[in-house]
Design a protein around this ligand. Structure first.
Ligand code: FUB
Length: 302
């Protein structure tokens, strides 16, 4: 069981984890999934879905989990650090799924999908919390917002060089919406993200969108479903359109695939989940990190 002070590092040889060629580090001996990695105040923070506290049959945990590290090797599992009840408007027992975080103007924002129908926004003066509801209402609401899609989940936030902030989310059809500069809501319509050029062997977009930039190119990566590969596409604008480029993480032996990329200190760090712990499975996942690279043409190499 989780202990808030637990520190753990299990570095795994790449030979145990084909097909990647890089060493991977397991972040915790407790179950967690859907990593949202960040480097805040000289420390790595990974906000996550709390698989340790779900029933084992569904993703029905009602809190989010936090893992931190100073060096990417030794990780502290801080346990369930925020309950979905922080959002008074959320339904009783609302589940807490793949979160996102960002630092903006000295505040820390936490983007939180609840009940597969709404995305809440919480704010704190510290990346460790305590977080409080920033808006008193959902940031995105399937019942309220045009084109929010069937399932507004899996938020991922990207700030462009011009300081405009975009939030990607959604299942089956990827969505993007711009956030207000004062973080009090969204600006403009929710748009579909266009991705073309899928090879015949690939499934289409499924979930878990993520956007990052490398050498002036926008990389849009996501899972192709259940089960799914993590694939990536590139474009010239954060709004797309994007052209399919390749596979970053192949199918796992569990029903979901969900990743995030953090570029820090000249390294590109890939965080993702898999089934790595005894008793694990599709609803009991565990988070790993490994360094990845690009080739001279900008292709991502794992
Ligand atoms: O953890 C619940 C859901 O599983 C996430 O929202 C999806 O991305 C998948 O990983």
């Amino acid at each position: 069981m989780n202990k808030s002070t637990l520190a753990l590092a299990l570095t795994l040889a790449s030979s145990l984890l084909a097909p990647s060629s890089q060493a991977q580090t397991l972040l915790s001996k407790n179950f967690s999934a859907d990593p949202s990695p960040h480097y805040f105040k000289g420390k790595y923070y990974v906000y996550a879905t709390d698989d340790q506290n779900n029933s084992g049959n569904k993703w029905d945990s009602t809190s989010w989990r936090l893992l931190t590290s100073s060096d990417l090797k030794q990780w502290e599992d801080k346990g369930p650090f925020l309950p979905a009840t922080v959002f008074k408007w959320a339904a009783a027992g609302a589940n807490a799924w793949a979160p996102e975080a960002m630092e903006y103007k000295g505040k820390y924002y936490f983007f939180a999908p609840v009940n597969q129908t709404q995305i809440g926004l919480a704010v704190s003066d510290s990346p460790d919390g305590p977080f409080v509801d920033a808006l008193g209402k959902p940031l995105v609401d399937k019942a309220r917002d045009a084109n929010a899609g069937d399932e507004p989940i899996d938020p991922a936030v990207f700030m462009d060089a011009d300081k405009r902030i975009y939030m990607y989310f959604g299942t089956r059809v990827p969505k993007v919406v711009e956030l207000a500069p004062d973080m009090r809501g969204t600006v403009g319509p929710i748009r579909d993200v266009a991705v073309s050029g899928f090879p015949a062997a690939s499934k289409p977009y499924g979930e878990a969108p993520f956007l990052h930039q490398h050498k002036g190119v926008y990389y849009f990566s996501f899972s192709t479903g259940w089960p799914g590969q993590i694939v990536y596409a590139t474009g010239k604008s954060p709004l797309g359109p994007f052209s399919y480029k390749g596979v970053l993480i192949d199918y796992l032996k569990i029903s979901t695939n969900h990743h995030a990329i953090l570029e820090q200190d000249g390294k590109t760090l890939l965080f993702y989940h898999d089934n790595m712990l005894p008793g694990g499975g599709s609803h009991k996942r565990s988070i790993l990190v490994q360094e990845i690279r690009y080739d001279a043409d900008g292709n991502m190499l794992r």
